[in-house]
Write a protein that binds this ligand. Structure first.
Ligand code: ADP
Ligand code: MG
Length: 446
């Protein structure tokens, strides 16, 4: 066997143990360099790639090479390719120069400065999250790390996370902050892979003072982004740079998130935002009306605050529509008008789907009896439809896991969590199940 074949054969063994994306990313650009005295030298595109292989895949690589050479003491060295490394360093230089020129770190512009602490109304529902956010903003690096802000849709997560950025930038204008959503992070990862800019990508995130990532639940099922975020997180964490993340799911509830990442989320502080009480909703609505310069009579305020309890964005939406309607038609804003406008909002967005409807539709779809679906019987033809129905309850209603359990003949919440995870997982692999779920969702929403 020629020496070069050792690595080629090794690669095909390694490939069998990794998914294609990961393999292509880390192994495709490696090549055989030399093999002497039981040491094999592998050429890698740059220093980081070498380090990454060493920390993450050394035992896998060694295993493969032992298999081929039958030499248990084989050593593997990763040698950065000088030419390629130079190319990559160029990228980093360009990025650094660009950000130096703009004096403000580029990404800071991504912060939404409209959201700050001054216009965040504090009430019992968000007091804790607010205090935690303020602590991180005032003492970055010496406070909770990471800070995990958790709360339902439209309850102020994006507002708070931006307020942290805003506060830090005001105190220290040249601070390097990146604010982005997990979706944007994912897009960057994909682009970096496609255009072979992984090195520049890593370099960019290694050199910042603070990282704010919104809507981290988006990472669910995106393995490559999770891996990259994990790496970024560790680098920042070790350097005592604050990381703040937000999610509409609690770490334990997040499906298809790697365990090691989930456990990182739990290292710092988890601060949740609850649904705002009456007074808080009222104060928020009044403030928004003032900012938007919309004059709302007291009875309309009461009506709106009473009708919309679970989502501040929807509350705001109703206000804006009312304002627009009144200014276009010249009519006064009344409770009647508010009712009319809300009818549209509610029928569009908040049509409530009940657990009963879900159970019935699912039982029909899989042609089983409703009583069987809710029973404790564990025959194969019942287990899957039951899990689908539980999953749909979680996706389409506001019911908590324990509540869903109750609707299924008094099952434990862990059973429901398990069901949801199970379906998430299988759904990605089996298109028939995916189709079934999509059909059901469509029917239920219709
Ligand atoms: P989330 O990111 O949790 O879905 P957002 O932060 O986008 O929610 O909030 C939705 C809207 O409600 C935003 O316009 C935000 O300014 C407003 N909002 C939420 N909570 C508050 C609050 N406590 N004070 C003032 N405005 C709030
Ligand atoms: Mg948000």
């Amino acid at each position: 066997m020629e020496n070069i074949d050792i690595w080629n054969k090794g690669l095909s063994l390694i490939k069998k143990n990794l998914n294609n994306e990961i393999f292509d990313l880390w192994f495709k650009s490696t090549s055989f360099k030399s093999f002497t005295n039981g040491e094999i030298n592998i050429s890698v595109p740059n220093r980081y790639c070498g380090e990454w292989l060493k920390t993450n895949y050394y035992s896998l690589i060694k295993e493969a090479l032992i298999n081929i050479t039958q030499d248990r003491d084989i050593k593997i060295n990763f040698i950065p390719d000088k030419e390629k490394e130079k190319e990559n360093t160029e990228d980093v230089k360009i990025i650094k120069e660009a950000s130096a020129k703009t004096s403000l770190f580029q990404e800071k512009r991504m912060l939404n400065r409209k959201y700050n602490f001054e216009n965040f109304i504090v009430g019992p529902s968000n007091q804790f999250a607010h205090a935690a956010a303020l602590a991180v903003a005032e003492n970055p690096g010496k406070s909770y790390n990471p800070l995990f802000i958790y709360g339902g849709v439209g309850l102020g997560k994006t507002h708070l996370i931006n307020a942290i950025g805003d506060h830090v930038v005001r105190n220290k204008p040249d601070v390097k902050i990146i604010y982005l959503t997990a979706e944007q992070f994912t897009n960057e990862v994909v682009a970096a892979i496609r255009y072979d800019k992984m090195y520049a990508f890593k370099e960019k995130y290694r050199n910042i003072d603070m990282l704010l990532v919104d809507d981290i639940q988006f990472f669910s099922g995106k393995d490559r982004s999770q891996e990259e975020f994990f790496y970024t997180f560790n680098t920042l964490y070790e350097a005592h740079r604050p990381v703040v993340i937000s999610s509409d799911k609690y770490p334990k509830e997040m499906l298809n998130i790697e365990e090691r990442l989930r456990s990182r989320f739990e290292w710092g502080l988890i601060a949740d935002i609850q649904q705002p009480d009456f007074e808080t909703r009222m104060a928020i609505l009044k403030q928004k009306a003032e900012i938007e310069n919309i004059k709302l009579p007291e009875d309309v305020i009461l009506f709106l605050v009473d009708a919309i309890k679970t989502n501040i964005r929807v509350l705001e939406g109703a206000l804006i529509r009312l304002g627009a309607y009144a200014s276009l038609t010249g009519k006064p804003i009344t409770v009647e008008l508010a009712k009319d406008i809300l009818k549209a909002t509610i029928s569009e967005k908040e049509k409530t789907i009940t657990s009963d409807a879900i159970q019935k539709a699912t039982a029909d779809y899989f042609q089983i009896k409703l009583t069987e679906l809710k029973s404790k019987k564990r025959t194969k033809n019942l287990v899957m439809p039951r899990q689908v129905a539980m999953y749909l309850c979680r996706e389409l209603t506001n019911l908590s896991y324990p509540e869903i359990g109750k609707y299924f003949g008094g099952k434990d919440h862990t059973t429901v969590i398990h069901a949801c995870r199970q379906i998430e997982k299988i759904k990605e692999k089996e298109s028939r199940l995916k189709d079934a779920i999509e059909t059901l969702i469509k029917a239920l929403k219709a």
